[in-house]
Design a protein. Structure first.
Length: 257
């Protein structure tokens, strides 16, 4: 695995340079997180597929301010795809990352061949207490995240790196992410998506419950579904193999790699 910075965007890649003959899964993290969320999948899926996980602007080691709208982040990701020459991008995002993936599918239908939506929804209203905690007491917000982010069955130590990562994200960037989620609503537009989509949910997800994924599957034509037991919102960290396997099977079923 390699860590690379292209212009202002930092990312990890399963192998570099990318193979122009293979599709590229472009992993996008959740609010206040970084590419670290997807480390296991970037590694496990590299080979038949190019794998890249980005740090969104203002996150991890990427420069720039964060954003407070999903469309702005989608534009940033598309600019990266075009700049870095990413072959056949398949966005795979969690939570706000999944919102960005939906926005890419809607805004760039000619350029995006498929999408993978993990622990997300077509609308992502945020409990006001979350934004308030970020703005007034970031440590309290990290403590709340620990409580809500994973299944009660997940060993707490598995979350340590992820929580450290969020603790290092500037509070104004994390707040902007949650504000962007709160404004996001593409419920009425899902019928426009006409490419293969995989929806991954986790049974114990309290932040984006499986009901949100039911809605995605019911309204995106032909969407495939994988519901993972004994995991919560940060399922790529809680059940890395199950997530990689679901993605591998989807890519193979649709002859994407
Ligand atoms: N897909 C399907 N259904 C959805 C949905 C989605 N993406 N988003 C909301 N809904 C449903 C809700 O389940 C609810 O259904 P109900 O009336 O049958 O219970 C209805 O639409 C209205 O919900 P919502 O728009 O969320 O408004 P609300 O005022 O009822 O609730 C919150 C606001 C913040 C309490 C609620 O959205 C919530 O608990 N969110 C999850 C926690 C959170 O903050 N997550 C962070 C996400 S990044």
């Amino acid at each position: 695995m390699e860590t690379i910075k292209h212009n202002s965007i930092n990312f990890i890649a399963g192998a570099w340079p990318l193979d122009p003959a293979r599709p590229t899964i472009l992993f996008i993290h959740g609010s206040g997180e970084s590419s670290l969320l997807w480390e296991a999948q970037v590694e496990a899926l590299a080979g038949r597929i190019n794998t890249i996980a980005l740090d969104l602007p203002g996150h991890g080691a990427s420069d720039g301010p964060g954003r407070d709208s999903v469309s702005d982040y989608a534009r940033d990701v598309m600019a990266f795809v075009e700049d870095a020459g990413t072959p056949d991008p398949v966005p795979c995002g969690l939570s706000i990352g999944g919102a960005i993936a939906q926005q890419l599918l809607l805004d760039y239908p000619q350029k995006i061949k498929a999408g993978i939506l993990v622990s997300t929804g077509a609308r992502l209203k945020v409990m006001p207490q979350i934004i308030e905690a970020i703005e007034t007491d970031y440590e309290q917000f990290i403590a709340m995240s620990r409580m809500f982010a994973a299944s009660e069955k997940t060993p707490p130590a598995l979350l340590d790196s992820l929580m450290q990562d969020t603790a290092q994200c500037a509070p104004r960037v994390t707040a902007g992410d949650f504000r962007a989620c709160d404004r996001f609503d593409v419920m009425a537009r899902l019928g426009e998506i006409a490419v293969p989509v995989l929806v991954i949910s986790a049974e114990d997800d309290k932040l984006t419950p499986p009901k949100y994924s039911d809605f995605l599957v019911a309204h995106i034509k032909g969407a495939a579904r994988c519901n993972i037991p004994d995991a919560g919102h940060v399922v790529p960290v809680e059940k890395p193999e199950a997530v990689s396997e679901a993605i591998r099977a989807f890519m193979a079923d649709f002859d994407l790699g």
